[in-house]
Design a protein around this ligand. Structure first.
Ligand code: TRP
Length: 457
């Protein structure tokens, strides 16, 4: 197939920071001229010697950071233990990597308590599909496991990392974003959403105390190693990771467990409740820090488990990441049906041939076709996906038809979101953001831990 460049490319040139990481590029002539760069604040795909943006190499990240890839055996076990068919984003590899998910499945199987923890750096931009997908997935996990969920809104982080944003502004963003998150459909009884700036230090400061104790265990070298800080980094940025880390400790939320924040201050038993963190792979550095140090807390905390997602492809195609500041890179949750149609028709990178005749003759490439990619994100029916894929390759399905299907799915998804969002009042917001005892059931049929062979005899 003739090589084809994106007709519409808004992908940015690699940043200076990414360029400086190219030092190993000369060792191997096949290596990309600029390596991919993934950290919590900067995500850039690799580029080749000619400056072409390459797709992210997720297996390489997993290898480098020593995470485990999610394989069929784990998904089978997931289904056996929970009775739920793995979500399409698991089946199709959007959530591709994990740490200790198998241990969380053991916890669930035995009916032992655990909780879910995820978050968002609040910004004034409307959320796009790339933002809502991790939350949709978290909601699914919450429904399957029936466990408490905490959602951290890092308004502190955003103000520290964005020169032009004040703390007051990011605090307001947190409230607005929380409404968007509520519109995903989380169960109020099991969900606590909080703004860092409002919650940390609240009611005796249990989370603050966790952060202080944790900070005493973590050196500047460790933080610098994880995040690449240097001597000119503001000190807020250096301390902030402590909060994102201790948010994984159950004792940061005594209210949830019904502990008395005054007498049960950082309850020892509560400390033993682990969490599972669904997050983009770029957030992993925080949680490595937790996993390396949590057992050293006064009341030791088990290592948090993680389940990592890839980045959703931008409309411009592989190597691009949906970006809130580039309107045509993503479908936004505030887009009208018309805007969605227009964006996909004129900006979605196509894996089809230049002309209909050529396409009929040679067929298209679904793997680089953005409309097809988006369909795989939202169409539940595996059979239907296969038909689209095979039909596209055979030249039977044209780019226009693929895009039409994609437009329909995206319009439907965004419409459902907007309808729910319109119903989220200030009152509802307040109820989700109130620290309180949560109610959940966990596994309805837990299994007693099996005795080891030796013990049976
Ligand atoms: N730092 C994240 C962001 O900027 C927000 C966040 C906080 C988060 N805690 C998390 C994301 C846990 C995933 C999981 O988006």
């Amino acid at each position: 197939m003739a090589e084809k460049q994106p007709t519409t490319s808004t992908s940015e040139p690699p940043s200076v920071a990414a360029l400086s990481l190219a030092e190993t590029a000369t060792e191997d002539p096949k290596k990309a001229a600029v390596e991919q760069e993934i950290n919590p604040w900067d995500v850039n795909a690799a580029t080749d010697e000619n400056g072409n943006v390459l797709a992210f190499d997720y297996e390489a990240v997993s290898r480098k950071w020593n995470t485990k890839l999610i394989d069929d055996a784990l998904l089978e076990r997931f289904e056996r233990v929970t009775g739920a068919k793995p979500h399409r984003w698991l089946r199709r590899g959007l959530f591709f990597s994990h740490r200790d998910l198998d241990l969380i499945l053991n916890y669930y199987e035995q009916g032992r308590p655990f909780f879910l923890y995820t978050g968002r750096g609040p910004s004034s931009d409307s959320m796009h599909v790339g933002h809502t997908v991790p939350f949709e997935f978290t909601k699914w996990l919450q429904d399957v496991f029936d466990v408490p969920l905490v959602i951290m809104l890092t308004d502190d982080e955003k103000a520290l990392f964005k020169e032009n944003l004040t703390f007051e502004e990011t605090m307001q963003c947190a409230r607005d974003n929380a409404k968007d998150i509520i519109a995903i459909g989380f169960d109020l009884k099991k969900t606590f959403i909080y703004s860092d700036l409002k919650f940390i230090g609240y009611n005796g400061g249990h989370m603050m105390l966790n952060a202080w104790e944790f900070s005493k265990l973590v050196t500047f070298n460790q933080v610098r190693g994880a995040f690449g800080f240097d001597g000119s980094t503001n000190t807020g940025r250096i301390f902030f990771p402590m909060f994102q880390c201790v948010a994984a400790f159950a004792t940061s939320y005594p209210e949830i467990w019904g502990d008395d924040p005054n007498s049960d201050f950082r309850n020892k038993k509560t400390a033993q409740i682990p969490c599972l963190i669904p997050c983009g792979i770029d957030q992993d550095p925080y949680f490595r820090l937790v996993r390396e140090n949590s057992h050293r807390m006064k009341h030791p905390v088990p290592k948090p488990a993680l389940i990592h997602s890839k980045f959703l492809t931008s409309l411009q195609g592989a190597g691009g990441k949906m970006s809130a500041s580039i309107p045509n890179s993503a479908i936004f949750m505030s887009d009208t049906p018309k805007q969605i149609q227009k964006k996909i028709n004129s900006h979605a990178f196509s894996g089809g041939q230049e002309t209909v005749e050529l396409h009929r003759e040679k067929g298209g490439n679904p793997d680089i076709d953005v409309a097809y990619q988006y369909i795989t994100y939202f169409e539940e029916d595996d059979e239907k996906i296969k038909k689209l894929r095979d039909g596209y390759k055979a030249g039977e399905i044209l780019t226009g038809e693929m895009k039409k299907e994609c437009i329909r799915l995206m319009q439907e998804y965004v419409k459902g979101f907007q309808e729910r969002r319109a119903k989220v009042t200030d009152e509802i917001l307040k109820s989700y953001m109130a620290p309180r005892k949560l109610e959940w059931k966990g596994n309805p049929n837990p299994k007693k831990p099996e005795k080891k062979e030796a013990e049976k005899k």
